[in-house]
Design a protein around this ligand. Sequence first.
Ligand code: SF4
Length: 444
Amino acid sequence: MKTQLELARDGVITEPMKEAAVYDDVCPEFIRDGIAKGTIVIYGNPNRKATVIGIGKGLKTKVNASIGTSPDIIDHDMEVEKAKVAEKSGADTLMELSTGGDLKAIRTRVLDAINLTVGTVPLYQAAIETINQKGSVVHMDADFLFDVIEQQAEEGIGFMAIHCGINLTTLERLKRQGYRYGGLVSRGGSFLTAWMNHNKKENPLYDQIDRLIDIMKKHDVILSLGNGLRAGAIHDSTDRAQIQELIMNSEIAEYAQKKGVQIIVEGPGHIPIDEIEANVIIQKRLSNNAPFYMLGPITTDVAPGYDHISSAIGAAISSSHGADFICYVTPPEHLALPKPDDVREGVMAAKVAAHVGDMVKLKDKARDMDLKMGIARRDLDWKTQYETAITAERAKEIRGDRPPMETDTCTMCGKFCSLKTVSKYYEEDLANSKKRDYAAATAE
Ligand code: SF4
């Protein structure tokens, strides 16, 4: 079986490419050409039917929602509910990142419950099952790790975050710079660091890269090169260890693409806003413009409880500079396992951020929605406002909770509605002249 990347290089337009084109309102040739160049990826695993979306250059910024149990809270029903809430709220993909309970059982339920493309970190399962059976991750068998990757690919996982770039060279950089102010926050990164340090061996995901590529290729799984050394604190951002891992990941990206595997490169983490542009430029430059998956980024360390906001600020700036895919952050980040309501808040914040970034990245194509909304607000056209809003459900909830006395206004100003007041005076003037409406604006 050829991967979507190999078929694109052959000039073929596949059904998934057509579906991704519809999702983003572009032509299928655009999707095919982006895949062939390695700047766009699409879901291609034939083992599960899922909504196909494209991630990459020239497309809308996509939002991922991550869910999953922890060792402390194992509630399968709640995780299924979170997955459904994420899909309903408009997440483009879902990562199932359970680390507590029966990992395969919960993953199976989530895969059955939603239509989104699902991603995983297979290392979690391999490490946790090893810890459960042998007491420590350092006893993890490389063959077992590859077996888990293959098993998850067979289940229809669309993309896998795999930490190939955290290797002995990367760890040497970390050691020489004197570790980290904020420690290592990537669970995958910490498992592999412990394994490599204890066993004095190279990361098998780096050492046996061809074995990994063979599995990804066989099932057309998108290889999302994980950021195991992402900064978990602002004062670690863009440090030598992070950049070293990015260099490794970019080399692997080029190699895997040549072999026909679709690639995403992951980025940090915690970054102050004045370093975000540099991070996007460096990633794009080193990886030949491979799709960039930004994890947040969280832009300050001092807002626990509101990290969906600190990360939305980072996500909007990342997207505006060219990041293609952002992972949401929920309000309980750094504090607790999210609940379904937290998932909704996280998805909505990330979707707003993605759109704000797209208004810069895609210009009029994204700003058209804002034009429609501006006119609908001016005309007190609530139906169009709801149809245009990416946050329509919440907007309806709020307005419905506090209904106005004059139904075309809202309870903010009531009968003193400034839009209504002004429109009275312009009605006559504009009746026989050109009114700035949607058709006029888009014709200009
Ligand atoms: S009442 Fe005030 S806030 Fe509400 S629509 Fe009119 S101008 Fe806007």
